[in-house]
Write a protein that binds this ligand. Structure first.
Ligand code: ADP
Ligand code: LRH
Length: 497
């Protein structure tokens, strides 16, 4: 097998994949060896991640590397942010891995604000206020299951937990830890003032470890199961942190957009901006690789499109027989005569046709929390149009146009906010992630923002993950060199406004 290679395990909220990366004639090559649908399960009254599924797919994916003729030297795991597990003193799980869209954080803003004003919290952590930030999840846990916090010995985030399964080592990686709301944005260490104020036990949190560090070889039983013995190296374990690393930044100054379940739109800075105007614009400062900060806005993103697709296909978002509230076949917008499940290209086609027919799109505020986990995304969008006195979508095309128009108007506002905070305009938007395969969205983004869009690479996140592994192995001397190799190795599509 080829041993001069690296494996990225990149797990987003909607799907996970294992991608092998290696160098060939100075260019970076990728081969996807495994892909699976991620899902949530209803456990003990909450929507939770299926840790068994994640563990199984992780091992299956690593075994597939070997079957495809690779025995990667190192493996790196990244996932979505904010979510965590607790382990007891014997390293057994305490409670479930509750997922960030679960309703347990309802009402936690009020609880938190009574302890510390949100602008004060922002001065410490520089994190965009969102109901699912880890800090609010921990406050919810304090109220519902204080005994779990008492029984716990270690807090690990999802990628940290998967690393623990592979190696037996417990480490919390910095980029993902920066999505908790408990890390100090300036120092990059756990913010003891914040932890003390919110009575979050500091003892649970291992000191943060940085991307590039090695956790050592996989456990013997893992090596046996997958057929080789890689070391586990920490990439930027937050998927958005990995994605931003892989942006080719074609026309400077560039706005970055990591486009997947979420649209993460922003720029890379050398220091955090925790001042009042950034707080008011609700931009986040997430920790990046090697002293970089992602100054960005979380925009509801393609989650809305994923939800419409699932709903039309009658697929539950949370696996539970009783959970008909999510994922029932929508009565009013069946796609007739397709002969197959509705897929993204079908939805794009519906939008293209409505646009060609001259439909005027209604616009909703995509960042309204009502769209985080509605019972029916289609009905929620229609209700928002109705409540704001606009025409209610009657066809799939009208619905899709509404989503696209609403998304790109939010992109435009975010680009404008960035420009006014930075004091200069931006020349381009560089999109990476699954969403950059959406030609309708790319074109409308360029039109709405009035600057060119550069779309690609699609597997930006896996690529950013691999980049750090290659840096750790000395394949490239520094980040600038890997970024140059990425720009040379992958085709990027330019879309003019
Ligand atoms: P995540 O990592 O958050 O799970 P991805 O980066 O895999 O998300 O992106 C998933 C999104 O990519 C989907 O929601 C969809 O909007 C878009 N997408 C995937 N495949 C296609 C396709 N064939 N055409 C257009 N868009 C697509
Ligand atoms: C994108 C992402 C985003 C977080 C959200 C929970 O996958 O990591 O950066 O805010 O998921």
């Amino acid at each position: 097998p080829l041993t001069d290679c690296y494996a990225a395990v990149d797990i987003g909220a909607s799907s996970g994949r294992v991608v092998v990366g290696y160098l060939e004639d100075g260019l970076i090559r990728l081969e996807e060896v495994h892909r699976f649908d991620n899902r949530q399960v209803r456990l003990n009254g909450h929507d939770c991640w299926d840790l068994d599924l994640l563990g199984t797919e992780l091992l299956r994916g690593l075994a597939r590397c070997r079957e495809a003729g690779f025995a990667p030297k190192t493996v790196g795991i990244d996932t979505w942010g904010v979510d965590f597990v607790l382990l007891d003193a014997d390293d057994n799980l305490v409670g479930d891995a509750v997922a960030y869209r679960d309703a347990r954080t309802n009402g936690m803003y009020e609880v938190a604000d009574a302890i510390m004003a949100p602008e004060e919290l922002y001065r410490h952590c520089g994190l965009q206020r969102q109901p699912f930030n880890t800090i609010y999840q921990l406050l919810a846990l304090q109220r519902e299951h204080p005994e779990q916090l008492e029984a716990a010995a270690t807090f690990l985030m999802i990628p940290d937990y998967l690393n623990f399964l592979l190696t037996g080592q417990k480490a919390v990686e910095y980029t993902n830890a920066s999505t908790t709301g408990l890390l100090n944005a300036e120092t990059g260490a756990w913010d003891e003032t914040v932890m003390a104020a919110f009575a979050i036990p500091r003892r649970l949190f291992p000191n943060v470890t940085h991307a590039g560090a090695s956790l050592g070889p996989v456990l013997p039983e893992v090596a046996e199961a997958i057929g080789y013995e890689p070391r586990v190296v920490l990439p930027a374990t937050h998927d958005t942190g990995s994605a931003y690393l892989a942006v080719p930044a074609c026309e400077l100054p560039a706005v970055f957009l990591s486009s997947g379940t979420w649209s993460l739109l922003g720029v890379e800075n050398r220091s955090p901006i925790c001042a009042e105007p950034a707080y008011r614009a609700n931009f986040t400062n997430e920790g990046g690789y090697h002293f970089r900060y992602r100054f960005l806005k979380n925009i509801m993103g393609l989650w809305m499109i994923q939800s419409i697709r699932r709903e039309l296909n009658g697929i539950a978002y949370v696996v539970d027989e009783k959970a008909i509230r999510k994922g029932r076949l929508h009565q009013y917008m069946r796609v007739e005569g397709l002969g197959h499940e509705v897929d993204f290209p079908d939805l794009i086609k519906a939008a293209d046709e409505a646009e060609a027919a001259g439909v005027t799109a209604s616009i909703v505020n995509v960042n309204d929390d009502r769209f985080l986990a509605p019972d029916s995304m289609i009905e929620e969008i229609c209700a928002a149009c109705d409540e704001s006195g606009q025409s209610v979508p009657q066809t799939l095309g009208e619905l899709m146009l509404c989503v696209y128009e609403s998304l790109v108007s939010c992109y435009r506002d975010a680009v404008d906010e960035l420009a006014s905070l930075a004091g200069h305009d931006y020349a381009s938007i560089n999109i990476v992630g699954g969403g950059c395969r959406d030609g309708h969205l790319n074109r409308r983004t360029a039109e709405a923002c009035g600057i060119p869009v550069y779309a690609g690479p699609v597997e930006g996140t896996a690529l950013g993950n691999l980049a750090v592994q290659m840096l750790a192995d000395g394949v490239f001397p520094h980040l600038k060199a890997v970024r140059a190799a990425i720009a040379e190795s992958f085709e990027v599509t330019k879309v003019e406004p």
